[in-house]
Design a protein around this ligand. Structure first.
Ligand code: GUN
Length: 282
């Protein structure tokens, strides 16, 4: 069993981004990411801080726009509009989830597709479907990068994705399909999830339930990718997969923390660099 080391691979990706950023600096370009954080969700606070830290590490500028939970939709939309129009902002990210009462879809669609470094805008989603895109959503892209780093073939493999969110499950299935996998998407209404998962060569789990996947859902020799960020009964960070219970069955497995999470942030850096280059006609 090999642990897929997201910390190491993400550091390699960020080192590449940092090198390219240095070259851009010589031309007077500093990629800039604007991060919007609404309300006081502690997990969101941590994610935003990690994104800002990564920006600093690779040589980007990051701008934080912290708004109170009571912010009105119009105020949030006005901020997005202002950032869309600022030439010194290359990427815009609004941390989700938003507090109750705010319309996430409206915000996602208001962000300029050219600055949409999350790749959540429907124009970017549509381009991914066709396979003609500038930005890929960070979590699925990070997972593909991790598989590539370990030379794990996807072509012809039986890939199973558990979870059908717009952010992870659906684009994940699409990216594996682009690499010629046979893909099954499972969700809460799927019958026989256990049997489908247990037949997977590559199993991607994004359901948000602590240690939900046990060894009966994992085929001997499978590659297991855990997108979960949960807390176990002791409040300790864990994934959707019961790591200890399945690890000896896997050929490869991602740990939580240190697997998919760091890859997601590295891909955000890649997207922001790309946005800056495109906006400067490079
Ligand atoms: N919340 C959880 N994951 C994400 C993400 O990838 N981007 C944003 N903006 N918010 C999130």
């Amino acid at each position: 069993m090999t642990i897929l080391d997201g910390k190491k691979v993400s550091a390699d990706v960020k080192a590449q981004v940092a090198e390219e950023t240095k070259k851009l600096a010589a031309e007077g370009i500093v990629p800039t990411l604007a991060v919007i954080l609404v309300g006081d969700d502690p997990a969101s606070r941590v994610y935003v801080d990690n994104k800002k830290k990564a920006c600093e590490l690779v040589g980007f500028r990051s701008l934080e726009f912290k708004l109170p939970a009571e912010t009105k939709q119009e105020e949030l939309m006005a901020l997005v509009d202002e950032l869309n129009n600022r030439d010194d902002v290359n990427g815009i990210l609004c941390q989700l989830p938003l507090p109750a009462g705010l319309d996430e879809n409206a915000v996602i669609e208001a962000i300029s597709p050219l600055k949409d470094v999350d790749a959540f805008h429907k124009q970017n989603v549509g381009r991914i479907m066709i396979g003609d895109y500038d930005f890929l959503p960070c979590t699925p892209a990070g997972i593909m990068e991790l598989l590539h780093a370990y030379d794990i073939e996807v072509e012809g493999k039986n890939c199973v994705v558990i979870g059908r969110s717009n952010i992870v499950g659906k684009p994940m299935a699409m990216l594996m399909l682009h690499e010629n996998a046979t893909v099954t998407i499972c969700h809460s209404r799927t019958k026989n999830i256990r049997d489908i998962a247990a037949a997977a060569d590559i199993l991607v789990v994004a359901i948000g339930r602590a240690k939900h996947v046990k060894s009966d859902m994992v085929r001997e020799g499978a590659v297991v990718i855990d997108v979960g960020m949960d807390r176990d009964e002791n409040g300790k960070l864990c994934g959707d997969v019961d790591f200890e219970a399945v690890k000896d069955k896997c050929s490869y497995i991602t740990p939580v923390p240190g697997g998919v999470g760091p890859m997601t942030i590295a891909m955000l850096m890649k997207n922001t660099l790309k946005a800056a280059k495109l906006q400067n006609n490079l």
